[in-house]
Ligand binder design. Sequence first.
Ligand SMILES: [Fe+2]
Length: 285
Amino acid sequence: MGHPKSLGHGVGLRRDHFDRILAGPARVDWFEAISENFMVAGGRPLDVLTRVRERYPIVLHGVSLSIGSVDPLDEAYLDRLDALAKRFEPAWVSDHLCWTGVGGHQAHDLLPLPYTVQALDHVVGRVLRVQERLGRPIVLENVSSYVAYAHSAMPEWEFLAEVARRSGCGILLDINNIYVSSKNHRFDPRAYLQGVPKEAVRQFHLAGHSKKGTFLLDTHDHPVIDEVWDLYRDAVRRFGPVATLVEWDDRIPEFERLEQESIRARGIQEETLRPEPAGTGKGTA
Ligand SMILES: [Fe+2]
């Protein structure tokens, strides 16, 4: 997948902010809509998304594809997703590199995969089928995780890179998820960034998390922490002006607070990519 012009800086479209967004201009470039929230026949959310789409680019971000599961792909879900994508013409359609259930049982969680050659073949085959069904490349996001498999044969970033290389899908790099998993599993988050192919990255996510004693939990209910901003800076240095989205899903603040986080991301991206004055000799990663 190529590297199209970046969408810029966006925020998640949340019900709490519908009135504010419709009332006046927002200082963001685009919105990310949770696909499943709009898989309905009618009603206010669909009406709001229609009006938002008239003014902004959008991206559809799903949580139910379960690309890693061994259950058959949910064709009815894919039909609904396809219809939504045809109606709203998102810049891209994304979901997560995970599984969410098996045997028809839903875990209501984004569970990590074992990073094995067998799992890789399985996921690549399913991504290719989904892309054929939707008639477009999809974009997959790294999840934060709290468990790992003893039989994993490669690091997560290598698995993610291979899925993208073999299927042609794009990558949504969640910088907070890399940070959370790096603490929980004790790996170097910079090695993660280095292991992901530059040309595959379409989008970044930024979010806040919670400290839970011995581990970090990806809760999306806090501002982005300084260490994650630092990692974002390194990601921008490596991947360039990639579309960036701030997620905030619980204890949702006023829209202006969310807007501020997005403006901060924009500032960091601009500062990081600003050409060095001649003669300073500072290189890039
Ligand atoms: Fe995310």
